[in-house]
Write a protein of this length. Structure first.
Length: 235
């Protein structure tokens, strides 16, 4: 196992122990402390987190429902991998929804939603300067959360929430392969979306959202095709 004991230790006095365990394990996956394809052994995780096996199993079931871990036959649980084909499908869903979400944002968002976009961009700027990958990914998530909330379309928001963990996982993998120049270019492109949203220019926001998803998809597919796939465990 690649994660150290201290990092995963859970405060047993917490009132929502299962939720805290789920959150801690999710964070370990999304920050790549547990690598794609890594075997998750219950006994070792119980020792590392300090929680009971029943609590751990509930947390693992939740992460399995999010698509962050997968059960491979009788071989146990493994950190899920994202294949190029799955990534393509995720970006196709984003392509169908995000330009329209951006268009709706210009008509329905409050000033608070607009300010939230720029607050997320400030977070991205700080994370880039600090070379903070988790912070950068969190700021990206915050930007899109503000965009979705401001669109006031609960159905579209719900669909993207179902993919949220996988989208964040994909962002973490691709950001780890990025460089500061690309991150600053990403920041500039997202700032242009926010500026157009502040002007309530629906056509420009929609167009820029579409272009941004296309750019992200091209880079993600390149990263996933170039990186070696995890070796499947023996049957």
């Amino acid at each position: 196992m690649s994660a150290d004991t201290g990092y995963l230790r859970i405060d047993k006095d917490a009132p929502t122990l299962r939720e805290l365990t789920t959150r801690k394990l999710r964070e370990a996956i999304l920050t790549l402390r547990f690598r794609p394809g890594e075997h998750l052994i219950e006994r070792a995780l119980c020792e590392q987190t300090g929680v009971s096996r029943s609590c751990l199993r509930e947390a693992l079931r939740h992460l399995e429902s999010e698509g962050l871990i997968e059960r491979l036959g009788g071989r146990g649980l493994f950190v899920a991998s994202i294949t190029p084909d799955e990534a393509r499908q995720i970006y196709e869903v984003r392509m169908a929804l995000e330009p329209e979400i951006g268009r709706l944002f210009t008509a329905r968002a409050t000033q608070g939603h607009v300010e939230a976009l720029f607050e997320a961009l400030d977070g991205m700027q700080a994370a880039i300067s600090a070379h903070d990958i988790p912070g950068y990914v969190q700021a990206l998530d915050s930007f899109y959360e503000a965009l979705c909330s401001g669109s006031d379309n609960a159905v579209a928001h719900r669909i993207l929430r179902l993919l949220h963990a996988r989208i964040t996982y994909l962002r973490t993998i691709t950001t780890a392969k990025s460089n500061e120049a690309r991150e600053r270019e990403t920041l500039a492109l997202m700032r242009a979306i926010a500026e157009a949203a502040r002007r309530r220019d629906a056509a420009e926001v929609s167009s820029r959202c579409r272009d941004f998803v296309e750019r992200s998809a091209a880079f993600a597919l390149q990263v996933l095709r170039d990186q070696p796939m995890p070796v499947s465990p023996p049957a």
